[in-house]
Design a protein around this ligand. Structure first.
Ligand SMILES: [Fe+2]
Ligand SMILES: [Fe+2]
Length: 271
C-alpha cells in the first residue's frame, strides 16, 4: 500500500493503485484536508476498505472529522460511506440531491446529516471556504469537484485521471508522452460522451478551472499535477476533439485473461 502524499499544507492524497492488466495502473484517490474543521474528500472503494480507513484515520482522528465531501455516488468514491459516517459521529456528508438519491439505492443514509452543496456553491469549514465546482468531464450527474483557495488545490473528481505504467505520486514522475497517452485513454474511457461534445463549449467549461489557476490538481484517478494546470487544462480541452476510444472486445478480453493466467505462479494443490 502506498503512503499518503502531502500535496499542500495540511492536504493529503490517499492513493490506492489498481492494476488494469495490459494497460497499467489506475488510481483510486481520496483526500484529507486537516483544517480547523477536518474534511474527508471521498471514502474510497469497498475493496480497499481496511486500508483506506487505516490511512484516513492515521491522518485525522475520526471524532475530529466534521465534513465528508463526496464528489459523486460511484462506489469508488462512496464505497465506505456508512463505515465513515459511523466512525465520524461529528461529521456531515456533503452531497447534493442527485447524489443522495442515487446513493439511497444502496445506503441507509441519515437525512439530518446530509448537507447539499450544488455546483457553484460554497460552504465554510471553519478556517476556509470550499467551493464545489463541476469538472469538464465526469460520469455521474451528481459530480462536483472541490476548490480550496487557501491552498490552491482543485480536487477534480474523475477528470484529469490517467492510466500510468507504475506506481507514482506526481505527473512529473511519469514520462510526458506516456502520461499523455494514459490521460487521453482514461478521460475518453470515463466520459465516452466526449465524442458528441462541442469543443468550443467544452473549452469554455475548462476555462472555469483555468481561471482558478490551481497550484495543484488532484484527480481521483491519476497522479497529482503541480504548477501545470494550464497544460493539463489544454489537454482536457483536446479530449473533445478526439475520436472515440476503442475498448477491448471479447476476443481481446480472453487474450488478457490468458496473459494474466500465464503471469501468475501455479497454485499448489491443497494437501
Ligand atoms: Fe465516477
Ligand atoms: Fe471515479
Amino acid at each position: 500500500m502506498q503512503s499518503p502524499i502531502r500535496v499542500a499544507d495540511e492536504t493529503f492524497v490517499i492513493p490506492m493503485p489498481f492494476e488494469i492488466p495490459g494497460f497499467g495502473i489506475l488510481y483510486i484517490n481520496s483526500m484529507v484536508i486537516r483544517g480547523q474543521e477536518p474534511i474527508l474528500v471521498e471514502t474510497s472503494a469497498p475493496i480497499v476498505r481496511d486500508d483506506y480507513l487505516q490511512a484516513a484515520f492515521s491522518l485525522v482522528d475520526p471524532k475530529d472529522v466534521r465534513w465528508i465531501f463526496l464528489s459523486h455516488d460511484d462506489r469508488d468514491h462512496s464505497g465506505n460511506i456508512m463505515q465513515v459516517l459511523e466512525a465520524c459521529p461529528n461529521a456531515r456528508l456533503v452531497t447534493n440531491f442527485v447524489g443522495l438519491g442515487r446513493m439511497t439505492e444502496e445506503f441507509d443514509l441519515p437525512p439530518p446529516r446530509m448537507y447539499f452543496v450544488n455546483d457553484g456553491e460554497s460552504f465554510s469549514v471553519g478556517d476556509r471556504t470550499l467551493a464545489a465546482i463541476r469538472p469538464p468531464y465526469y460520469d455521474s450527474p451528481a459530480t462536483r469537484g472541490l476548490w480550496d483557495a487557501t491552498t490552491g488545490v482543485y480536487y477534480a473528481a474523475d477528470a484529469f485521471g490517467a492510466v500510468v505504467p507504475g506506481e507514482c505520486e506526481y505527473v512529473r514522475d511519469v514520462d510526458a508522452d506516456v502520461y499523455t497517452t494514459g490521460f487521453n485513454w482514461f478521460n475518453r474511457a470515463n466520459s465516452p460522451w466526449h465524442e458528441i461534445t462541442d469543443p468550443t463549449k467544452v473549452n469554455a467549461v475548462v476555462d472555469r478551472i483555468r481561471r482558478l489557476e490551481p497550484q495543484v490538481i488532484v484527480s481521483a484517478h491519476g497522479p497529482s499535477a503541480v504548477d501545470s494546470s494550464d497544460k493539463l487544462c489544454a489537454m482536457l480541452a483536446e479530449i473533445a476533439t478526439m475520436d472515440p476510444l476503442v475498448l477491448p472486445n471479447q476476443a481481446e478480453f480472453e487474450q488478457m485473461l490468458s496473459a494474466m493466467e500465464a503471469a501468475e505462479p501455479p497454485v499448489a494443490p491443497p494437501v
